[in-house]
Write a protein that binds this ligand. Structure first.
Ligand SMILES: *[C@@H]1O[C@H](CO)[C@@H](O)[C@H](O)[C@H]1NC(C)=O
Ligand SMILES: *[C@@H]1O[C@H](CO)[C@@H](O)[C@H](O)[C@H]1NC(C)=O
Ligand SMILES: *[C@@H]1O[C@H](CO)[C@@H](O)[C@H](O)[C@H]1NC(C)=O
Ligand SMILES: *[C@@H]1O[C@H](CO)[C@@H](O)[C@H](O)[C@H]1NC(C)=O
Ligand SMILES: *[C@@H]1O[C@H](CO)[C@@H](O)[C@H](O)[C@H]1NC(C)=O
Ligand SMILES: *[C@@H]1O[C@H](CO)[C@@H](O)[C@H](O)[C@H]1NC(C)=O
Ligand SMILES: *[C@@H]1O[C@H](CO)[C@@H](O)[C@H](O)[C@H]1NC(C)=O
Ligand SMILES: *[C@@H]1O[C@H](CO)[C@@H](O)[C@H](O)[C@H]1NC(C)=O
Ligand SMILES: *[C@@H]1O[C@H](CO)[C@@H](O)[C@H](O)[C@H]1NC(C)=O
Ligand SMILES: *[C@@H]1O[C@H](CO)[C@@H](O)[C@H](O)[C@H]1NC(C)=O
Length: 859
C-alpha cells in the first residue's frame, strides 16, 4: 500500500517536473572572492583587496626647530632675492652670456650672497683687528684699562641697566647655543635614520608592486573569470532567458494558451454530445423494439377484426357503425429515424481522445524554450569559444603586470640597494662622529662664553652693592667682573674661527638650499622639469625620457614632477604613470570587447524555425472537423417530423369508444360476442404494447430534444477555434522570427550589461582604486625631500644660522661685558684721590699691575 503511494507520488512529481518550465540555474552566482550576481545578472563586486599596509609615510617632524629653519630659509631667500636663476643657466648654456653686458643680472642674482660672504670675511678681519687694538689699548692702560672707576650719581642705575641688557643678550646667545647643539645633533640623527628610511621605503615600493599585482589580478583574473561565469550561466540558460520570453510573447500576441483552453474545453462538449447521442441511440432501439411489438399486436388484431366485421349480420345502419380497422394503421415508423451514419462518425470522434491531441499541441508550444536551446546550441558554443579565446587575450595583460613587477624589483634590486645604503651609511658614521665632535666643540666654545657671562653677571650682581667703594668691592664681585672680562677675551679669541665656519657653511648650505632643495621640494618639480626639458638631460628634444624607459613610447608626455604629484595625491599607478600607453597594458582590448566578441551579430545569427512547431496538428483539426460533421449531419428536422407522427392512425381510445357503441347497438349474436372479444383485445393492446411504444417514443423525443439543445452552437464554435488555430500557426510562421529578434535584442542587452559591468569595474578600478602609487611619492619625499633637504640641509643651515646668531649677539655683549666689568671688579684707584692706593690684592689684579706684567696674561 505504502509502496503504491510512493510510486504514485513519484510519478506525480515526475509528471510535474516534465510539465514545468526550465528555470534559471543557478539562480545566483558567487565566487571565491564573494562577487555575486543575482538572477538578473546584476553583479555586485566585492571590495578590492587592500593589500599589505605600507611601513612609512612621508611625514616630517621638525622637532620644534621649524621657526629656526624658517628664519634660516628666509635669510637665504633674502640673500638670493633673484629666485632660481633659470634664465641665467639657460643663457650660460646657450653661450648667450656676456659678462660686460649681463653683470647686472649676475649682481641681482648673486649680489646678496656675495655681500653676505664679504661681510663674513670683513667681520673676521675687522673683529680680529679691533680685538688686538682693544687688547693693546687696555694693556697700555687706556680704553678702561686703568683700574679706576669714576663714580657719578647715575652709576648704580647704569649698572642695573647694563646688567639687564647683558642678561638679555646672554639669554639670546644661550638660545643660539642650544640651537647649534640641536642642529648639529639632527644631522647625526638624519644620517642614523637615513639607512632605515631608505630601507623601509624600498620595502614599501616592493610591497606596492606586490599589491599592484594582487589588485590587478583580482580585476583581470578573478573578476574577469566571474564575469564570464555569469555570462556562461546566461548563455546556458538561453531557454529560460530567450525561449520563455519568446513563447510568452507568442502567447500575448496570439492568445495561444487561451485557444488551447478553449480547444481543451471542447472535450466536455464532445463528452456531453456523445453521452446524449448514446441515450438517443438506445432510446431509438427501445422504441423500435417496443413499436414493432405493438405493430405486430395491432396488425394481428386488425386481421382478426376485419374477418369478424365482414360477417356482420345486422343491417347497414348498424354494420356501418363498425369502422374499418385499418384506419388504426400507424403513420409513424421509427425506422425513418436514421442515425446510423451519424453513429459511425460519433464513434470515430469517440475513438480519438481530443484532450490528448490538445496536450500534444500544447507540449509542442510549451517546448519552444527547449527548441530555442536546441536550435541555438551551435551558436552558443561558438560564442563560448570566442569568449574563452578573448579571455586568452586578456591573460597577457596580467603577465605584463607580473613581468613589470619582476622587472621592476629586479632592476631595483632592493636588497642590494639596501645593503649599499647600509654600507655607505656605516662608512659615513665614523666621519659623522668627528663632525659631531667638532660641532660639540663649537657649541662648547659658545657655551663657555655664555656661562662665563652668565656667572660673571650673577656673581657681580650678587656680590656688589652700590654703596661700597670701588676699591672695596667684594671678592665675589671682583670674580664676576673678571669672568666677564674672560668672556670678552674668549669672544675675541674665537670669533674669527666661528665666523669663518659660519661663512664656510653658509657658502655651501645657502646655495644647496636655494638651488637644490627648493626646486626638489616643489610639489610638481616644475623648475627641475624645465631644466631637464631644456637641457635634454633625460633623453633629447621632445622625447619623454620616462615615456621612453617605462612605456617604450617617447611620445608619451610623462614627467617626473607630474608623476610624483599624482602619486602624492593618491592617484593610481595606471593614471599617474599613464600606463594605458604601455604596450601590453592597453585596455582598449577590454573596452572594445563588443567589436572583439561580436556578440551582437553572433546572437542575431541564431535562428529558430518556428514553422515546424505545430500548434494546430492535422489530427486535432481533423478530429474537430469530424465532430462538427457528425453534428451537422444530425437532421433534427427530419427526426422531429417523424416523431411528431401519431403512433396510430385514428385515435385508439376514440376507436374503442366507437366500437363499444357499435357493439351495444348490435343485436345479440356470435358476431356481437366476437366483437366484444375484439374490443377487449384492443383495450389490452392499448394498455400494453401501445402505451409502451408511446412511452418509448416520448422518451426518445425528449432525449432527442436534449441532444439538439446540447449540440446547438457547437459547429460555429468549432469553426472559430479552427480559424484561431490557423491564425496562430500563421503567426508563428510569419512573425516568429520577428518576435525572436526582439527578445534576442533584450538578451544581447543583458549580456552586454554583464560585460559592461566588468569593463567599468576594470577601467574605473585601474583609474581610481588599484595600486595607489603613494609609496613612490613617499620614497622620493622621505629620501630626497625629508631625508636630505629637511634633515641634512635644514640642519646644516640651522647650524650656521645659529652660530651667526650667537656671533651677532657677541658684539653687543662684548661691549656690555666690558662696561659691566668696570662696575664689578675691585678698583685700585679711587676717583676722588689722584694717587695710587697701596694694594693688598695684587694677586687678584689681573690687569692693573703695570709692574706685574707676569700676571697680566689676560685682560
Ligand atoms: C611579493 O609577492 C611574492 C609572491 O607573489 C612574495 O613571494 C614576496 O614575498 C612578496 N614580497 C613582499 C615584500 O611581500
Ligand atoms: C580564471 O580562469 C582560467 C581558465 O579559464 C584559470 O586558468 C584561472 O586560474 C582562473 N583564475 C582564477 C583566479 O580563478
Ligand atoms: C532537443 O534535443 C534533445 C537532445 O538532443 C532532444 O532529446 C529533444 O527532443 C530536443 N527538443 C526539441 C524541442 O527539439
Ligand atoms: C618639439 O615640439 C614643438 C611643439 O610641440 C615643436 O615645435 C618642435 O619642433 C619639437 N621639437 C622637436 C625636436 O621635435
Ligand atoms: C590601444 O591599442 C589600440 C589597438 O590595439 C590602439 O588603437 C590604441 O590607440 C591604443 N591605445 C593607446 C592609449 O595606446
Ligand atoms: C432533413 O430532412 C428534411 C425532410 O426529411 C429534408 O427536407 C431536408 O433536406 C433534410 N436536411 C438535410 C440537411 O439533409
Ligand atoms: C393525431 O391524433 C390526434 C387525436 O388523438 C388528432 O387530433 C390529430 O389530428 C392526429 N394527427 C395526425 C397527423 O393525424
Ligand atoms: C420497451 O421495450 C424494452 C425491451 O426491448 C423494455 O425493456 C422496455 O421496458 C420497454 N419500454 C417501455 C417504456 O415500455
Ligand atoms: C485552415 O488552414 C487550412 C490549410 O492550412 C485550410 O485548408 C483550412 O480551410 C483553414 N481553415 C480555416 C477555418 O481557416
Ligand atoms: C505579423 O507580421 C506582419 C508583417 O510581417 C504584421 O503586419 C503583423 O502586424 C504582425 N502581427 C502581429 C500580431 O504582430
Amino acid at each position: 500500500m505504502l509502496c503504491r503511494t510512493i510510486v504514485l507520488l513519484t510519478l506525480c512529481v515526475v509528471y510535474l517536473c516534465e510539465a514545468a518550465d526550465p528555470v534559471l540555474t543557478p539562480q545566483t552566482l558567487t565566487d571565491s572572492v564573494l562577487n555575486t550576481a543575482d538572477s538578473n545578472s546584476n553583479i555586485v563586486w566585492s571590495d578590492l583587496p587592500e593589500g599589505q599596509t605600507y611601513k612609512t609615510d612621508a611625514t616630517y617632524d621638525d622637532g620644534g626647530m621649524g621657526p629656526l629653519f624658517d628664519f634660516a630659509r628666509n635669510f637665504i631667500n633674502t640673500v638670493f632675492s633673484g629666485g632660481f636663476p633659470y634664465d641665467f643657466i639657460v643663457d650660460v648654456k646657450d653661450g648667450n652670456f656676456d659678462v660686460t653686458r649681463d653683470y647686472m643680472q649676475v649682481l641681482s642674482l648673486f649680489g646678496g650672497y656675495a655681500a653676505a660672504i664679504v661681510i663674513g670675511f670683513l667681520f673676521i678681519i675687522i673683529f680680529t683687528i679691533v680685538g688686538c687694538c682693544f687688547c693693546c689699548c687696555r694693556c697700555c692702560g687706556n680704553c678702561g684699562g686703568k683700574m679706576l672707576h669714576k663714580s657719578s650719581p647715575s652709576t648704580s642705575c647704569r649698572r642695573k641697566v647694563y646688567s639687564v641688557i647683558l642678561l638679555v643678550l646672554v639669554v639670546f646667545t644661550g638660545v643660539g647655543c642650544i640651537c647649534i647643539y640641536v642642529s648639529n645633533d639632527r644631522m647625526t640623527t638624519a644620517i642614523g635614520k637615513f639607512d632605515s628610511t631608505v630601507g623601509n621605503n624600498l620595502d614599501d615600493v616592493d610591497l606596492f608592486l606586490n599589491n599592484t599585482v594582487t589588485q590587478v589580478k583580482r580585476l583581470l583574473d578573478n573578476d574577469l573569470n566571474f564575469t564570464f561565469d555569469v555570462l556562461f550561466r546566461d548563455l546556458d540558460n538561453v531557454d529560460v532567458l530567450v525561449g520563455i520570453p519568446v513563447r510568452d510573447k507568442f502567447d500575448q500576441s496570439a492568445g495561444i494558451n487561451a485557444i488551447f483552453t478553449q480547444v481543451g474545453g471542447l472535450q466536455t462538449d464532445v463528452n456531453t454530445v456523445i453521452s446524449k447521442f448514446d441515450t438517443v441511440d438506445s432510446d431509438l432501439t427501445n422504441l423500435k423494439s417496443n413499436f414493432s411489438a405493438f405493430k405486430t399486436d395491432l396488425d394481428n388484431w386488425i386481421t382478426d377484426y376485419e374477418t369478424t366485421r365482414a360477417t356482420c349480420p345486422d343491417g347497414p345502419s348498424v354494420c356501418n357503425l363498425f369502422i374499418n380497422g385499418s384506419n388504426l394503421s400507424p403513420p409513424f415508423d421509427p425506422n425513418n429515424i436514421d442515425i446510423s451514419s451519424v453513429k459511425t462518425e460519433i464513434d470515430n470522434v469517440r475513438s480519438q481522445d481530443m484532450s490528448s491531441l490538445v496536450q500534444t499541441a500544447k507540449d509542442e508550444f510549451n517546448g519552444i524554450p527547449e527548441r530555442v536551446k536546441n536550435d541555438s546550441a551551435s551558436t552558443i558554443q561558438d560564442l563560448k569559444t570566442t569568449v574563452t579565446n578573448y579571455k586568452g587575450e586578456i591573460t597577457p595583460i596580467i603577465d605584463t603586470i607580473e613581468k613589470f613587477q619582476t622587472d621592476a624589483s629586479g632592476s631595483l634590486n632592493i636588497e642590494d640597494i639596501k645593503k649599499l645604503v647600509t654600507e655607505y651609511s656605516d662608512l659615513a658614521k665614523p666621519y659623522d662622529k668627528y663632525r659631531w665632535y667638532g660641532g660639540v666643540g663649537l657649541t662648547s666654545i659658545v657655551l663657555l662664553v655664555v656661562l662665563l657671562e652668565f656667572l660673571g653677571l650673577a656673581f657681580g650682581v650678587c656680590g656688589s652693592s652700590s654703596d661700597t667703594l670701588p676699591t672695596e668691592r667684594s671678592c665675589l664681585s671682583n670674580a664676576g667682573g673678571n669672568m666677564l672680562m674672560a668672556a670678552v677675551g674668549f669672544i675675541f679669541i674665537f670669533s674669527w674661527l666661528l665666523m669663518f665656519l659660519t661663512t664656510l657653511t653658509f657658502l655651501i648650505g645657502a646655495p644647496a638650499e636655494k638651488f637644490i632643495c627648493e626646486p626638489l621640494s616643489e610639489p610638481e618639480l616644475e623648475t627641475i622639469q624645465k631644466l631637464i626639458d631644456n637641457f635634454g638631460l633625460l633623453g633629447s628634444g621632445n622625447e619623454s625620457y620616462l615615456g621612453k624607459t617605462l612605456l617604450n613610447d617617447p611620445n608619451v608626455d610623462l614627467k617626473i614632477g607630474t608623476v610624483l604629484k599624482d602619486c602624492g595625491d593618491g592617484k593610481t599607478a595606471y593614471t599617474a604613470f599613464k600606463l594605458k600607453y604601455m604596450s601590453g597594458f592597453n585596455l582598449s582590448i577590454i573596452q572594445n570587447y563588443k567589436s572583439q566578441l561580436d556578440i551582437d551579430s553572433k546572437l542575431n545569427s541564431f535562428n529558430v524555425d518556428f514553422s515546424t512547431i505545430e500548434v494546430a496538428p492535422a489530427s486535432l483539426k481533423d478530429n474537430m472537423q469530424n465532430f462538427k460533421n457528425s453534428i451537422t449531419n444530425m437532421n433534427f428536422t427530419s427526426y422531429t417530423e417523424e416523431l411528431n407522427k401519431n403512433v396510430t392512425g385514428d385515435d385508439l381510445t376514440a376507436f374503442i369508444t366507437g366500437l363499444t357503441a357499435a357493439i351495444n347497438a348490435a343485436s345479440p349474436s356470435t358476431f356481437k360476442t366476437d366483437m366484444t372479444t375484439h374490443r377487449d383485445d384492443l383495450i389490452t393492446i392499448r394498455d400494453g404494447s401501445f402505451s409502451d411504444a408511446v412511452a418509448s417514443k416520448n422518451t426518445l423525443a425528449s432525449s432527442m430534444s436534449s441532444l439538439e439543445t446540447s449540440v446547438g452552437g457547437i459547429p460555429t464554435k468549432i469553426d472559430t477555434l479552427l480559424a484561431s488555430l490557423n491564425t496562430t500557426q500563421e503567426f508563428l510562421n510569419t512573425n516568429g522570427s520577428t518576435v525572436l529578434t526582439n527578445v534576442l535584442r533584450d538578451f544581447v542587452l543583458r549580456v552586454f550589461t554583464i560585460t559592461d559591468a566588468l569593463v567599468n569595474r576594470a577601467i574605473s578600478g585601474l583609474e581610481n582604486d588599484v595600486a595607489k602609487c603613494t609609496p613612490v611619492y613617499n620614497l622620493y619625499q622621505s629620501v630626497v625631500v625629508i631625508g636630505f633637504c629637511k634633515y641634512v640641509i635644514d640642519a646644516f643651515n640651522g647650524f650656521w644660522f645659529c652660530i651667526g646668531w650667537c656671533l651677532f649677539f657677541f658684539v653687543p655683549s662684548t661691549i656690555f661685558s666690558v662696561k659691566l666689568a668696570k662696575h664689578f671688579r675691585r678698583m685700585k684707584q679711587l676717583d676722588m684721590y689722584d694717587a695710587t692706593l697701596p694694594t693688598k690684592n695684587d694677586d687678584h689684579n689681573m690687569i692693573g699691575g703695570r709692574n706685574k706684567v707676569g700676571h697680566s696674561d689676560k685682560f
